[in-house]
Design a protein around this ligand. Structure first.
Ligand SMILES: [Zn+2]
Ligand SMILES: [Zn+2]
Length: 133
């Protein structure tokens, strides 16, 4: 059953629609996320790529490695989407850009080796030192 929702950047120049059916949500403590969004961790939600589409696609695009590009709004800077070169069948969205971010809850934590020392692990969900395989 479809579970359609929308999200976008702070200024509204970038907007998307997503079907959150079967969504998987991760807390990422990696250094790329920390530096890119200027926050101690990122939260992203993964759905099959067919369940995501842009209503207004952002122009901003940056790469920190050969593995992935990150899409962001060029006007306001909001980071919206991670695009892995090996995972084009998945859409990985910055969950905090959903209009209603409380629709998703964290299913696992990754790159816990670089978690800030004052942040506690979310109890009851899997913890991974590095990335998902
Ligand atoms: Zn914007
Ligand atoms: Zn990360």
């Amino acid at each position: 059953m479809p579970n359609h929702h929308q999200g976008g950047c702070r200024c509204g120049a970038a907007r998307y629609e997503i079907d959150l059916s079967g969504a998987h949500t991760l807390i990422c403590h990696c250094d790329d996320c920390r530096q890119h969004i200027g926050a101690p961790f990122s939260v992203f939600t993964v759905v099959p790529s067919a369940q995501f589409h842009w209503l207004k696609k952002p122009e901003g695009r940056v790469t920190f490695s050969q593995r992935a590009a990150r899409l962001f709004c060029e006007r306001c800077g909001t980071y919206l989407k991670w695009e892995g070169v090996d995972s084009s069948d998945e859409a990985e969205i910055n969950a905090m850009t959903l209009d209603t971010p409380a629709l998703v809850t964290a299913d696992e934590e990754i790159f816990t080796r670089s978690r800030q020392p004052w942040i506690k692990a979310v109890s009851g969900i899997p913890q991974f030192e590095a990335g998902r395989n």
